[in-house]
Design a protein around this ligand. Structure first.
Ligand SMILES: [Ca+2]
Length: 361
């Protein structure tokens, strides 16, 4: 009986040893560790990264690469990668296991990096997809002593191919803070596309948030067809400002317009220069197209009431309504600042560009 047990135990021990090698080194791949990590391995010092397109159209397929930087004395590498939605397709050296990708065998490398290619087919509807991955490298196919690491999660924006992207750069005069070269706050702006022929009808509009550091916003015009339009910018207490010429707009691709690099980006050169930036005029609190006493009355009333927070009369965007707002509006009122539009015609030329009295600061 004792002899029989001994006989039976020998192959069992062999099986345990063999399966230990496979289980612990995961030479034939592993799943379920993209966010928990390859913690059976050594230190978390492997550098893993995922590269490829950040945006895909619904249903479109993109090519991606996952990389682990090689380290001294290391020779073999493996990964586990999953996508929160869509479909992964393995390239050479990878296999699909469930919905995840993993190495079909440890990748032998003597160079600087372990790389695997795979493709990803986006879901059929717009979504934000995240790739999570972990990878490990080792000196042999059976060791777990090498380092492991997570890749930074990669986000893929799945959006309609027809979604236009429009980058508009502008600076509301009052909001610009000379001391740090930024706007005092991010703020909403509204952009319009208008026909270039009289009566210059508006064909599309979009709200966007103006970034306080880049001075850029990204209005999403969903209705206008590709073509040439006047671009019109409105802001809660700035003078409505039109582009000086037709702006090319793509309904499927990207478009850009920068008001800030020249006075003449605005219709009638209706801008004021601060530092190196041409800014749209501030002070039209009542949004009637002209900076005048009516705007000052609104500021005076709010100032008297110690108004603060998000109010139109906060012309410099510092969160309160006070004398500093009044001074700015008083200056622009004195200089007859008003809107210039193709329909209304240009205001007197002495108020345009660098020679504008409003530029005497
Ligand atoms: Ca203010």
């Amino acid at each position: 009986m004792r002899a029989l047990l001994r006989k039976a135990a020998f192959p069992a021990v062999c099986i345990i040893i063999i399966s230990s090698i496979i289980v612990y080194a995961h030479a034939s791949g592993i799943t379920g560790v993209t966010t928990s990590g390859c913690t059976c391995h050594g230190s978390k010092t492997a550098v893993v990264s995922i590269s490829g397109p950040d945006t895909l159209a619904p249903g479109a397929t993109g090519s991606y690469t996952i990389t682990i930087i090689n380290q001294t004395s290391m020779k073999y590498g493996g990964i586990d990668l999953k996508a929160s939605a869509g479909t992964l397709t393995p390239g050479t050296g990878l296999k699909k296991s469930g919905s995840e990708l993993t190495h079909s065998a440890p990748l032998l490398v003597s160079g600087s990096a372990y790389t695997w290619q795979f493709s990803f087919t986006a879901p059929a509807t717009p979504a934000t997809v995240t790739f999570n991955a972990a990878g490990a490298i080792g000196a042999s196919t059976s060791t777990t002593s090498g380092p492991w690491g997570f890749a930074a999660p990669k986000t893929i924006l799945v959006m309609a191919a027809s979604s236009p992207s429009f980058s508009v750069k502008l600076v509301p005069q009052g909001f610009y803070n000379h001391s740090d070269g930024r706007l005092r706050m991010k703020d909403s702006v509204k952009l319009y596309l208008a026909n270039t022929a009289s009566p210059y009808a508006v064909v599309d509009s979009a709200k966007a948030v103006l970034d306080s550091v880049t001075f850029k916003c990204s209005p999403q015009f969903a209705h206008a067809a590709s073509g040439s339009y006047y671009l019109v910018a409105k802001h809660r207490n700035s003078i409505e400002t039109w582009s000086n010429q037709a702006v090319a707009f793509s309904a499927t691709g990207s478009s850009t317009y920068n008001f800030t690099d020249s006075a003449n980006r605005a219709y009638g050169a209706n801008q004021i220069k601060i530092d190196s930036l041409w800014c749209i005029y501030s002070g039209d609190v009542s949004q009637d197209g002209i900076v005048d006493i009516s705007d000052m009355v609104l500021i005076d009333n709010d100032s008297y009431a110690f108004a603060s927070g998000y109010v139109a009369s906060d012309v410099n965007g510092d969160g309160s309504v006070d004398i500093s707002d009044m001074v700015l509006v008083d200056n622009n009122s004195y200089n007859f600042v008003g809107k210039h539009t193709p329909a209304a015609g240009k205001r007197p030329s002495q108020f345009s560009g660098a020679e504008a009295p409003g530029n005497r600061r």
